[in-house]
Design a protein around this ligand. Sequence first.
Ligand SMILES: [Zn+2]
Length: 96
Amino acid sequence: MARQSPSNAQCEECAAILREMADAWRVDSRQMSASAPDAHALRDEWLHADDDRFHELSQTYYTRTLQARRRKTEHEILTGHSVVMNGWRGFLPGRR
Ligand SMILES: [Zn+2]
């Protein structure tokens, strides 16, 4: 019988999803910087946005990140893992 543990530090798919999210974040951020007039403020707003605004901004500027996020959610629902707990914080660049 398989028992799900809240600690899933060894899950390779969690790690792969984290890498994908980090890559997507980098690519999307670069593209947003090129297209948005005030990219820094926009990124800050995105990080602290409520759900509606988050999706609005994501669909405009963070399509790759949104896709990776969707994959993360699916994996978490399927396995009971927490990809975020598994190290997403380590991937956030210089968050205050
Ligand atoms: Zn996992």
